[in-house]
Structure formats: structure tokens, C-alpha cells
Design a protein around this ligand. Structure first.
Ligand SMILES: [Zn+2]
Length: 64
């Protein structure tokens, strides 16, 4: 499992914020976990993170 980096919501910028519940989990890619609570958030190819940030249920914003 790869841990993501958390960052302040202030810096989301133009990226799309995806809620943890909307994130893909069924892909063949590696699993990524929230950098704060280490819950699994996404299973996807790394290109998925090019313009997306994932907001975990714990409230933290995560990026690769
Ligand atoms: Zn979390």
C-alpha cells in the first residue's frame, strides 16, 4: 500500500476533489492509503492523480 501525502485544503487549486466514497477501488492499479489515517482510499493507476485530489473520510486532502 502506497501512502499519499496530505496537504491543506487551501492548496487544492484547480484540481478536482473526489470524496473517498467516489474514488475507484476496482482497478488493477496499486492501492493508495490516506497519509493521515492510513485507510485505503483508491486503487488506481498513478496517472489518476494527475488532476485529482482525494478527500478522506477523516477530512484530510490527499495527493500523490
Ligand atoms: Zn484519512
Amino acid at each position: 500500500m502506497i501512502e499519499l501525502r496530505t496537504f491543506p485544503g487551501l492548496f487544492v487549486g484547480r484540481r478536482t476533489v473526489l470524496q473517498a466514497d467516489e474514488a475507484p477501488r476496482d482497478s488493477e492499479g496499486p492501492a493508495y492509503a490516506c497519509g493521515a489515517c492510513r485507510q485505503e482510499l483508491v486503487r488506481a493507476d498513478r496517472t489518476f492523480f494527475n488532476d485529482v485530489v482525494v478527500k478522506c473520510r477523516c477530512g484530510e486532502f490527499n495527493q500523490l
